[in-house]
Design a protein around this ligand. Structure first.
Ligand code: GDP
Ligand code: MG
Length: 625
């Protein structure tokens, strides 16, 4: 029997591809297959029936609504066995007459009852002593017009589905064309030509030879002889049961015998038997051989594709780090690890040892420099105001004393008023830096806890609260500092030093060399003792004020940044760390390290892909080795 000779060389390859398909490798790379395409009623199902020996659903209109993978396995020890698989369903049965019912049931489940189509594959595996080893996919018939209940674009939908299968280089296109139409212009052949212009993987089956108009036989023969439209894989002509024979319940086996008889006695087609271009049996052999040849040819490329893909997927998988462990004991360790990592990084961040998004220390320095600039700018304004106020006081309140010899209260009043104006920019500096630091902390939390929404959320909230508390502390300290500044104080030594500097910087402003008193409360006394012109006394007083302001500037220039750095950055990092550690005392570790569901799913998906590819790779190398 023809199956026997074939089985040995054919089976391993077909099995390999079927195994690969059941692993689901098609999702990664196309597998060598045979796809059956043809117009509605061209005889596709009839051909498949003859090949498989089983009756398939048939009828007018759209009958095949999902791609149906028909796997035929020859096994001499088995009478007849079938498995139908679709979606999650797997149904075993051993009654050939039930095929129709199960296929229809599967189609209804996938494509819905009615006349719609669907891209999901139904697999029907038939094991029997009478079939050949072959796997092929039956596709919905090409149609141009929608029937009642079908979407208007059904034709387009079907074309797309067919194209999806036949455009793959690894698909052998089996075009079914009835003899009694204008063969060369059929839609199915046109589609095949689009994707396989050289006809290297297209095989045409001519059906219904018994329905050829008398006189047309010669033309059909020309085509079968490959003289009209050249196809590398050629043509085979078959005769199946006509509707009448079906109605008369002619068996498929009988039909095959009748087919042979038909060709043997056919005036024109007799010769085709010898050329192996006629009968279903011949088609089966031809297809098996073609498929195996095709598979063998594809193997090296497939093997390479699988290795490449495996590399890609493994790389993707490695980018999604391992995820939380499953073991309860490991979970705690894992949580400790993640929190320790975070704490280490936030500490380093607060010390300027790492940069997360922006260089925090550069940003802070810029802000502090701006604060310093603000103090300097205030100084020149201060100088103007001082002169003005002193003049004004002299105008309004001067008693018997000479101009410029105003009392200490004036000095104090001026200083207080002007220093108070620096509070607002100090607060602004605080707000700006708090925002930067908080942003950097948030960034770090997002990065370290990127797969752990709970940890991300909890740390973000903690950072926010702690920053709020810390900035309130700094605010209070700044307020305090400004209240203290209202006292107008400095060490005499410092004051004197500044007066000297002021003098040397601006000799004409202060002519009195005698300023060396120890007590700041005597500053004005000093002024009173000073002799000189009206111009001298008028200018001496602002000079002292300038010297004092210089001291205030120096104090604030450092004090404000130091407060901010300490409370907003250093101490808050410390508090965040310690509060994060508190998470370890909670008993809902599972909840805390709950992974982002998308990431978990993605990892699982990649892992199945890897498994699949590894399996496929093993299968391939075992066959080739
Ligand atoms: P499909 O729509 O392409 O699957 O076509 P079918 O296999 O259902 O066939 C359509 C009609 O053509 C059916 O009535 C078949 O009985 C009939 N048919 C198929 N092949 C032959 C054949 O070789 N000779 C005759 N006379 N009728 C055939
Ligand atoms: Mg059909």
């Amino acid at each position: 029997m023809f199956q026997d000779q074939l089985a040995k060389k054919v089976r391993p390859f077909i099995d390999l591809i079927d195994d690969m398909r059941s692993i689901g490798i098609e999702k990664e790379l196309p597998l060598p297959t045979i796809a059956v395409v043809g117009d509605q009623s061209s005889g596709k199902s009839s051909v498949l029936e003859s090949l498989s020996g089983v009756a398939l659903p048939r009828g007018t209109g759209i009958v095949t609504r999902c791609p149906l993978l028909l796997k035929l396995c020859n096994d001499r020890t088995v009478t007849w066995d079938a498995v139908i698989t679709y979606g999650e369903k797997v149904i075993l049965f051993d009654e050939p007459s039930e095929v129709v019912r199960y296929v229809e049931q599967a189609q209804n489940a996938l494509a819905g009852k009615g006349v719609g189509i669907c891209e999901d594959l139904i697999t029907l595996k038939i094991t029997s002593s009478t079939v050949c080893d072959l796997s092929l996919i039956d596709l919905p018939g090409i149609t141009r017009v929608a029937v009642k209940g079908q979407p208007d674009d059904i034709g387009v939908q079907i074309n797309n589905l067919i194209m999806k299968f036949i455009k793959e280089n690894r698909t052998i296109i089996l075009v079914v064309v009835p003899c009694n139409v204008d063969i060369a212009t059929t839609e199915a052949l046109k589609m095949a030509q689009q994707v396989d212009p050289d006809g290297t993987r297209t095989l045409a089956i001519l059906t219904k030879p018994d329905l050829i108009d008398p006189g047309e036989e010669k033309n059909v023969l020309e085509i079968v002889q490959n003289r009209v439209m050249d196809l590398n894989m050629g043509y085979v002509i078959v005769k199946c049961r006509g509707q009448k024979k079906i109605d008369e319940n002619m068996s498929i086996t009988d039909a095959i015998e009748e087919e042979l008889e038909f060709f043997k006695t056919h005036e024109h087609f007799r010769s085709l038997l010898r050329q192996e271009k006629a009968t279903t049996k011949c088609l089966a052999t031809k297809l098996s051989n073609a498929l195996v040849k095709h598979i063998k040819k594809s193997l090296p490329q497939m093997s390479e594709n699988i290795k490449e893909k495996l590399g890609e997927v493994k790389h993707l998988l490695s980018q999604i780090e391992g995820g939380p462990p499953k073991e309860p004991a490991e979970k705690r360790k894992f949580l400790i690890q993640v929190i320790t990592d975070f704490n280490e990084q936030i500490t380093q961040l607060s010390q300027g040892d790492i940069i997360i998004e922006k260089n925090l220390f550069v940003l802070m320095r810029n802000e502090f420099t701006a604060w310093m600039e603000c103090l300097k700018n205030a100084k020149s304004y201060y100088h103007e105001v001082v002169q003005h106020l002193v003049d004004e006081y002299d105008q309004k309140h001067r008693g018997s004393e000479l101009p410029g010899f105003s009392n200490y209260r004036v000095f104090q009043h001026v200083v207080q008023k002007l220093v108070a104006e620096l509070k607002r920019p100090a607060m602004t500096t605080l707000q700006k830096i708090r925002k930067m630091v908080q942003e950097e902390f948030d960034h770090l939390s997002k990065e370290i806890f990127k797969n752990y929404p709970y940890l991300q959320d909890v740390s973000k909230k903690k950072i926010e609260t702690i920053q709020e508390q810390q900035s309130n502390i700094v605010k209070a300290r700044i307020v305090e500092q400004f209240e203290m500044e209202m006292q107008v104080y400095t060490q005499d030594e410092i004051f004197n030093k500044h007066i000297l500097e002021e003098e040397t910087a601006n000799c004409s402003d202060l002519s009195d060399e005698d300023i060396s008193d120890e007590d700041e409360t005597h500053v004005l006394e000093k002024g009173e003792k000073a002799e000189g012109s009206d111009h001298d006394t008028r200018s001496k007083y602002p000079g002292l004020l300038k010297a004092y302001y210089e001291i205030v500037v120096q104090r604030l220039a450092d004090q404000v940044p130091m407060l901010i750095r300490y409370f907003i950055l250093k101490q808050s990092a410390k508090i965040v760390c310690s509060e994060m550690l508190d998470l370890l005392h909670r008993d809902d570790t599972d909840n805390i390290i709950q992974e982002d569901s998308e990431i978990g799913q993605n990892r699982a998906k990649l892992q199945t892909q890897v498994d699949r590819l590894v399996q496929a790779n093993d299968k391939l190398s075992s066959l080739r080795g």
